[in-house]
Design a binder for this molecule. Sequence first.
Ligand SMILES: [Zn+2]
Length: 281
Amino acid sequence: MKQPNDGAREVPAKNESAMPMADRNDASEGGGWSLKVFALTCGSFQAPRDFFLEGGGASFLHVPVTAYLIDHPKGRALFDTGLGLRFRRQMDEALGPLDVGFAIDESADVAARLRQIEVDPASIRWIINSHLHPDHAGGNAFIPNATILVQSRELTYAREQKDERLYHPQDMDTGHPIHAIDGEHDLYGDGSVVLFPTPGHTPGHQSARIKLPDGDAILAADCCYLKESLDSMTVSSLSADREQSLRTLRRLADLRAGGVRIFYGHDPNFWQTMPQGRPLR
Ligand SMILES: [Zn+2]
């Protein structure tokens, strides 16, 4: 049977295995290190607009499933891992009982995306899960050597849930070491990637503030699905805690007003502006 990690064996399971790509980018920046972050599209999903924007109606919105590779001298991290193998199908076959459909093809799982930019999935040291829904943690199983970083509140909540449409045991019983964190976490100790709680969508949702060459950005994930969510301060109809979701949106609005870019979790128009295959600026 074909295992998700097939192919990883073709290259040594070491951090240096894909360094030529990183070297090229270093040279172009005069030797000074800056964080390299790559946007990865790991499938798509569709759901009624109301799912994304409370009161948004029943027409369907088709959105990307997003993940990021973070490349730093102290080790590589993924921010979310997209959809897992069980969602390998065409979108027109995908609508499920929540009126939500997930779909991915074999070129778009997170390991395939990494190989497309010459990065060995086995070289990833950490998986940061914004939360443990299937379109964010579903690809964890493709990444063999990583330690999972998740808020302890999310982990506890996820393990208590019985609804497998939202929290699937397959996504959580992968055997990875898990480092449960409480509150802010400076991943590399240099302020370049700081995880922080953004609860509401789920109780233990977290986002990441990252330092890019052109300024700071927030990898928001599902505390802010769309640019429109923030423009109109509209939460999703699926929030675990509506008031908490609103407080998180207000915090993001303050950050945006202060010049920090927000990288929305599932915004198809925003995502079209994100380059694929070269570092974000
Ligand atoms: Zn999501």
